[in-house]
Design a protein around this ligand. Structure first.
Ligand code: ARG
Length: 720
């Protein structure tokens, strides 16, 4: 049986052939898929796309930071990625005196490049199938215990495989636990900021334009990866390190593009759930997504109100705001598109077809009625969980306070060793440093007031921490009034030792449980966390475990049922290729969207001094003077800023190279379109588009606006 699964895995990937939809594993591109790529225009051999032993395009692609993609574009380790991928590092490097977020930054020599502590990039070294090994380890584990045991098993395998080597190893699960592959990476930890446009280019259009086409965002930033002088992956920044010498780097094409051109994208898509059941979609659209969106909406308003008042607060909160806002809009759009395209009905049809196929196979008896009952049992508690995680713990103070529960437990445990206690103290110290660096009291206080009220208003009263609200009522007044919660939040923020540096330092240098336990912030966080942990977390754990086991079985059946047809595994932050074409589309009746946007559109959207639509004076001058140099698109008689393709990508692909038929860089993928925001669950063959930055706009900004000719000279430009 195990053998069969491994063979099956290879077979399906060899048979994958449908264009546009599909995020294919780079090492498993079969003949049929490859010949389809060639038919669509590809001019490269399979070995040039991916080779384990020879240098190939895959050697120019890196996993950037925790969840983006970047590509090597010069023989000296220069990296292109998105502005929103470099955002956190750009914000961290910024101050009121050197506001790179606002003004941009261009290193005119390597000496000027800025170290980015904590940032690393990972190169893929090899991939091995370890399905049999994992299944062997799982053979005595009960199906509903897999979710609790599997992460440990995979971590142990990864640790063992990397022991004594210079590599990072991770084992990833495919087809909901039906296959396992082991990925070996080389991680470089000296990565420096080389260039970024001002935010008014890199994030032009802000959240209004985010996830939308037409688009005029110059979403790029430039980094460089360094290695030690003797050519090893460096584990930290060192002044003696030298630029990384890649096995392969991407030439950059400024030849331009046409509607219909071949386009291929490599990268690290984070997650999709294309086999989500109709029951999952119901929970998502009815409870999980709307709750998250409501809570984030409220938190974002509190943050923005302070950010617009003070540039220092703006720098401090920018990165966290952008992250929260990005998926606030995503989940809102996802719900709308899932409903609009009636994805639930599509799934019900697929499930009915599966049931017909499985009729004679007792293995799958009652599969969907069991899935339904798992959802039915969990659903009544689902809202409370989102309100805890996205609401109460959406207050940074509450999240930090809740994290001190481990310290509390360790200090209260009379049998804990001194070593354990010291470890808990050290962890609390580093969480504090992270927390305080990003903390803005004014916005956080308003967040706490609002989310405690929303919890009270929206969550089933029987599931609320009763004692907390009774006391709140007794001490601060009517639970229906905003001012009750505002008075309460003020009290928390004024009195907690977690926001008083002297008190915190005194506490953490000699921590005693009693003072932690009577801290108002800690008590508040604990009231909500304990309420969930004691009463509802067991239902959640049970739900996740059952759902995993049932979906694992469903996918096992699907693999068998669809043997020989186009299948690809869900995204899971492993390297994938997707291929398609540059292509215009019609978002709705009577409307046609062109395949490119130009600087003309920047001028149309430009609003002087606007938070989202301002643009640098220098850019306006260049546009007015039509000073486009070699970056002009002759057809458009303008600079093409962005274009769209039919490629299948998702979050994590941000920064991914968009390559032409010859493997030359033509753009950077940076977004998806609104009409297809249901893409994590269902790919829409008509509407799905990937939004890409045209690399000529990147070069135009670097050259004409940034004056960084040094960087242009470093590239291999393909002109004709
Ligand atoms: N939607 C983009 C992505 O997830 C991120 C865009 C960031 N820009 C923004 N305005 N938040 O890849």
């Amino acid at each position: 049986m195990k053998k069969l699964i491994t063979v099956l895995f290879i077979t399906i990937c060899f048979l994958s052939s449908k264009a546009d939809e599909g995020m294919f594993l780079v090492h498993l591109i079969g003949e049929k898929t490859y010949s389809d790529m060639v038919k669509r225009g590809l001019k490269l051999s399979k070995e040039q796309l991916y080779s384990m032993n020879k240098n190939s395009i895959k050697d120019a692609i890196v996993l950037f930071g925790g969840g983006c993609t970047a590509e090597v574009v010069s023989k000296e380790g220069l990296l292109f990625t998105n502005h929103h991928c470099g955002y956190d590092n750009i914000a961290s490097a910024s101050s009121l005196e050197h506001n790179y977020l606002r003004d941009g930054f261009w290193a005119k020599s390597k000496q000027e490049e800025i170290a980015c502590p904590g940032l690393s990039v990972q190169f893929l070294v090899k991939i091995e199938d370890v399905t049999e090994k994992v299944l062997e380890k799982l053979k005595d584990v009960k199906p509903n215990e897999i979710t609790s045991k599997l992460p440990g098993i995979l971590m142990e395998m990864s640790a063992k495989a990397s022991e004594g080597t210079e590599f990072d190893v991770r084992v990833s699960s495919f087809f909901k636990g039906n296959q396992f592959l082991q990925f070996t990476y080389q991680r470089y930890k000296d990565v420096r900021l080389v260039g970024t446009p001002p935010e008014s280019i890199g994030k032009f259009g802000g959240d209004t334009d985010n996830w939308e086409w037409p688009r005029h965002t110059g979403d790029f930033s430039i980094f460089r990866v360094y290695m030690s002088a003797d050519g090893k992956a460096s584990t930290e920044y060192k002044s003696t390190n030298v630029p990384y010498q890649p096995k392969h780097f991407l030439p950059v094409s400024i030849k331009g593009l046409n509607d219909g051109d071949y386009a291929m994208i490599y990268g690290y898509p984070g997650s999709t759930n294309r086999y989500e059941t109709s029951y999952g979609i119901k929970l998502k659209t009815e409870i999980d997504n709307p709750s998250l969106v409501n809570l984030r909406d409220a938190r974002l308003k509190c943050m923005l109100a302070e950010m617009v008042k003070d540039p220092a607060v703006k720098i401090k909160l920018a990165s966290s705001y952008a992250g929260i806002a990005n998926y606030w809009k995503f989940f809102d759009g996802e719900t709308k598109q899932l409903l609009k395209h009636n994805v639930m009905a599509q799934k019900q049809k697929e499930e009915a077809a599966f049931e017909t196929w499985a009729k004679t196979k007792p293995d799958y008896d009652n599969l969907f009625s069991n899935i339904k009952s798992a959802y039915d049992t969990w659903t009544p508690f689902a809202k409370g969980r989102v309100y805890l995680n996205e609401g109460i713990l959406g207050s940074p103070l509450m999240a930090f306070a809740a994290s001190l529960k481990t310290l509390d437990a360790s200090l209260s445990n009379t049998t804990a060793s001194a070593e354990d206690k010291n470890k808990a103290i050290a962890n609390a110290k580093s969480s504090y440093d992270r927390f305080i660096k990003g903390e803005n009291i004014a916005s956080d206080k308003n967040i706490l007031a609002i989310v405690t009220k929303m919890f009270h208003n929206d969550v089933n009263p029987a599931q609320q921490p009763t004692e907390f609200y009774t006391q709140l009522n007794a001490s601060y007044g009517d639970l229906e009034k905003d001012e009750t919660y505002q008075k309460f939040a003020k009290d928390v923020f004024e009195n907690t030792m977690l926001l008083n540096a002297d008190k915190w330092n005194a506490f953490i240098s000699n921590p005693d449980v009693a003072s932690l336990q009577k801290d108002l912030a800690y008590k508040t966080a604990l009231a909500f966390v304990t309420n969930f942990n004691n009463n509802y977390s067991k239902f959640y754990t049970e739900f996740v475990a059952n759902n995993y086991a049932l979906n694992n079985k469903y996918l096992k059946g699907v693999l068998e049922m669809k043997k020989g047809s186009t299948l690809y595994p869900d995204a899971n932050q492993t390297m994938r290729i997707s291929y398609g074409n540059v292509k215009s589309y019609s978002p709705k009746d009577g409307v046609k969207f062109k395949e490119v946007c130009t600087l003309k559109g920047v001028m149309e959207k430009y609003i002087l001094g606007n938070y989202e639509f301002d643009a640098p004076t220098k850019l306006i001058e260049l546009i007015n003077a039509k000073d486009y140099g070699q970056y002009i698109d002759k057809k458009a008689n303008d600079v093409v800023v962005t274009f769209i393709t039919t490629n299948d990508i998702t979050g994590g692909n941000s920064g991914s190279p968009v390559l032409n038929a010859k493997g030359e860089l033509i753009g950077l993928a940076f977004d998806g379109n609104y009409e297809a925001l249901s893409h994590k669950i269902a790919f829409d063959g008509d509407l799905n588009r990937t939004i890409c930055l045209d690399v000529r706009y990147l070069l135009f900004v670097v050259d004409k606006l940034g004056g960084a000719k040094n960087l242009i000279d470093e590239l291999l430009l393909v002109k004709n």
